[in-house]
Design a protein around this ligand. Structure first.
Ligand code: HSE
Length: 307
């Protein structure tokens, strides 16, 4: 049986504005690389080639706890693991950094073990990593990371993943180089919403899913309105309203906060519009004097890739 594997793991945009905790999309850039080895020494050894300063103790590392959950489910496993992380998705970016570590590691381990689990069965193991990172086990980054494309999660029961068709769109991401913790971004949200707002949100998510499945930009645009998270979180992101307005004026279909932020994403119908949108967002954000990166990328439909 193979003893070593290298995987490339995509960044993800969770929520897709109105689908709080239930919708997510994998994108081609940025991505992490994870090298996993099965070894004879028991335990989990974690090393990083990045300088993000993430913990290396297995029970404090999102990849470590996810792998522990998986090996405990198998029971009676001989030997241990070495995880070598080459992270390019910055923690606290809103681009699914913790999900990439968790999902990438359990995916790789599953292959080395002869694939005893389906992708769907890997989800709860990787969610242990999300629980460690944010205090709440959610699957809206894990699912698109594992399955690729755009995914919908039914949070009831065992977090069933439903893969949606991927529309032919371009994705622009502006990532301010500030760290925003998901736990903090969740704490500013109200614990309850009114029936009136819930009904509007249901309609928006429904329109967005219908728009995605029928490749209809007009319907996607109508559905990308959020009453649940964006109004409370946008204060953490300098020039959020200005960037969004500039992007929509430049022809973007829609967009908003990526995951819990601070990254902001916009979707566009064609590359030329996406270039214009990227420039428009860049111009608005640069007055903040905060360093940032932009990506002009596409939907990543393969999920985690072995290389
Ligand atoms: N759905 C999550 C949130 C994604 O918005 O809090 C961030 O991990």
């Amino acid at each position: 049986m193979k003893k070593e594997i290298k995987v490339r793991v995509p960044a993800t945009v969770a929520n897709l504005v109105s689908g709080f905790d239930v919708l997510g999309m994998a994108i081609c850039e940025p991505f992490d690389e994870i090298f996993l080895r099965k070894c004879t020494t028991p335990g989990i050894k974690i090393t990083h080639t990045d300088n993000f300063g993430l913990p290396t103790e297995a029970n404090q590392n999102v990849a470590g706890v996810s792998l522990l959950a998986m090996t405990q489910a198998i029971g009676n496993m001989q030997g241990g693991w070495e995880i070598e992380m080459h992270k390019h998705i910055k923690p606290g970016s809103g681009l699914g950094s913790s999900a990439a570590s968790a999902a990438g590691t359990v995916f790789a381990a599953n292959i080395l073990l002869g694939s005893p689990f389906t992708l769907q069965q890997l989800v709860p193991f990787a969610m242990e990593g999300e629980k460690l990172a944010s205090g709440v086990p959610h699957a809206d980054n894990i699912a698109p990371c594992l399955f690729g494309g755009i995914t919908l999660i039914r949070p009831d029961g065992d977090s069933e993943i439903i893969q949606l068709t991927s529309p032919d769109i371009f994705v622009v991401v502006l990532h301010p180089q500030i760290e925003l913790k998901t736990a903090d971004a969740r704490n500013v949200m109200p614990k309850e919403i009114s029936i009136k707002d819930a009904v509007r949100q249901f309609g928006n998510v429904g329109a967005l899913v219908a728009g995605i499945c029928t490749n209809s930009p007009a319907l996607m645009a109508k559905g990308m309105n959020d009453l649940v998270a964006e109004p409370y979180r946008k204060k953490f992101i300098p020039f959020f309203d200005e960037m969004k307005h500039a992007a929509l004026s430049a022809g973007a279909i829609g967009g908003g906060i990526s995951g819990s932020g601070p990254s902001v994403f916009m979707i566009c119908e064609d590359r030329q519009v996406a270039v214009t949108v990227e420039i428009a967002m860049h111009k608005k954000f640069e007055s903040s004097k905060i360093p940032f990166h932009t990506y002009l990328t596409r939907i990543q439909t393969n999920g985690i890739e072995i290389f």
